[in-house]
Design a protein around this ligand. Structure first.
Ligand code: DLL
Length: 436
């Protein structure tokens, strides 16, 4: 299979060349941010660091971190570096508590974003010949519009279908001949269900590749999605604070990891407790510094996403570092009676069990001083109408496998097909009823 690059020269640049571009851009960025954004200047002054102190890439660690709170404290536009009349678009992420975080883009930022997104599409094997079904939500969420502009920039045809109305989506896929699907992995499964209920065989469609992201998903989930939709499922990563979709993307050649578009987004992995930078390969919290953004650049942003960096060469020829699949977030880690549990680990177990559907929710309660975890999961139609004994065995099997993998005892409740709430965007995997 031949590799398609969007910007071959930069994507395959030897690291020395790449690092010299990164350093130049970093120095320029730090100077500009120091000059134009009061809250950044204040933090740097407090840390006793001036833009001129950034002499090598290693000096990045001298700069203070930026966290979600900094965005909230400066809501809505306090961290923008340009006047609002240069901002052509804003996006916002809702978050479950407090104020939303607001991000902005200049004309040039939109161009940069379309460029990295086109790169991501190419990385997944899409070309200008493709019919791209974009089922990420359009609106304040960066997924829909971010991907949309990248698809157009690539020269492919975009179907701006957004999320929801799954049956209509299947009809469109069939009639328009969609070849590439973009959606959250959980919504991809809803589309598979809709296909099934309409009696549409995925092999009769033209779908070839899926570009799924915006939420964590396990390897078992990948197999499930590939089987049910008859396509190759790839992972795309991004976050609004850094840009939106198109920060990193899996290629078709690597056996693991997403290439980070490091000429624009400079990654570090840190120990979330100490803030120390970890060596390549070690798992920790991902931190990003944007190198080219104008309206809303960000310095050492703590993403809370847990991953590690892979610097080994990739079979696709790209020299850009890869990040491992995100296993979870520092803030969605549940601590159940002292054991750290990520929803994605529970998913890994569930999706590997025959007869269980990939729709689940984890309910956490506090009984007395003890945290309890209940896993609710749908079982297939056939199994649900089976004898009680079969269901009991299944419950025990899941309980045992979770205990073996995670070391935590949980309750398992098998529920009827289609009873767990479906999402059109990001799935809500955890319901935390603890009053802490
Ligand atoms: O989710 C941007 C995006 C849209 C990425 C479409 C990919 C595709 P936010 O709403 O700001 O932006 O949420 C960002 O989502 O910090 C991760 O926790 C999570 N996330 C995004 N992509 C992945 C992924 C978009 N591939 C937050 N795997 C991030 C795991 C992901 N988690």
């Amino acid at each position: 299979m031949s590799v398609i690059y969007w910007e071959e020269e930069i994507e395959t640049l030897p690291r020395v060349g790449l690092e010299s571009i990164q350093l130049r851009r970093l120095q320029h960025l730090v100077a500009r941010v120091y000059r134009t954004v009061e809250p950044y200047r204040k933090k740097m002054d407090e840390a006793g660091i001036k833009p001129d102190d950034i002499k090598t890439l290693a000096d990045l660690t001298k700069l203070p971190f930026t966290a979600k709170n900094d965005l909230r404290d400066n809501y809505p536009f306090g961290l923008f570096t340009v006047p609002l009349n240069e901002v052509v678009r804003v996006h916002a992420s809702s978050g479950t508590t407090g104020k939303p975080t607001v991000v902005g883009y200049t004309k040039k930022d939109i161009k940069t974003w379309s460029g990295v997104m086109a790169r991501a599409l190419c990385c997944a094997g899409a070309t200008s010949d493709d019919m791209v079904h974009n089922a990420y939500g359009y609106g304040l969420f960066t997924g829909g519009l971010g991907a949309h502009y990248g698809i157009e920039h690539l020269g492919a045809t975009v179907i701006p279908v957004s999320g929801g109305n799954s049956k209509r989506q299947i009809t469109i896929m069939k009639d328009f001949g969609s070849t590439v699907l973009l959606s959250t992995p959980s919504y991809a499964l809803n589309l598979a269900d809709a296909m099934d209920s309409m009696g549409v065989d995925p092999a009769s469609l033209s779908l070839r590749v899926g570009i799924f992201g915006a939420e964590p998903w396990s390897e078992n989930m990948r197999e499930e999605v590939e089987r049910k939709l008859n396509l190759k499922a790839t992972d795309i990563y991004g976050l609004s604070e850094v840009m939106g979709p198109g920060v990193a993307q899996e290629c078709l050649q690597a056996d693991r990891g997403m290439h980070i578009f490091e000429d624009h987004f400079l990654p570090e992995v840190i120990d979330p407790d100490t803030g120390e930078v970890l060596p390549p390969g070690e798992q920790g919290e991902l931190v990003f510094t944007t190198l080219t953004k104008e309206a809303f650049p960000i310095i050492r942003y703590r993403t809370r996403d847990i991953t590690s960096l892979i610097y080994e060469p990739c079979a696709c020829g790209r020299t850009l570092v890869r990040m491992e699949k995100v296993t979870g977030r520092t803030d969605d880690m549940l601590i159940i009676r002292g054991v750290n549990v990520f929803p994605s680990q529970v998913e890994h177990v569930l999706v590997g069990v025959e007869g269980v559907e990939p729709h689940y929710q984890i309910i956490v309660e506090r009984e007395g001083n003890l945290d309890t975890m209940q896993v609710q999961v749908e079982v297939s139609e056939g199994l649900f109408s089976d004898e009680i004994r079969v269901l009991e065995n299944m419950t025990k099997k899941i309980q045992r496998e979770i205990k073996d993998l995670l070391g935590v005892t949980c309750k398992v409740k098998l529920v009827e097909p289609k009873t767990i709430q479906r999402s059109e965007g990001k799935a809500q995997r955890v319901i935390d009823n603890r009053v802490l």
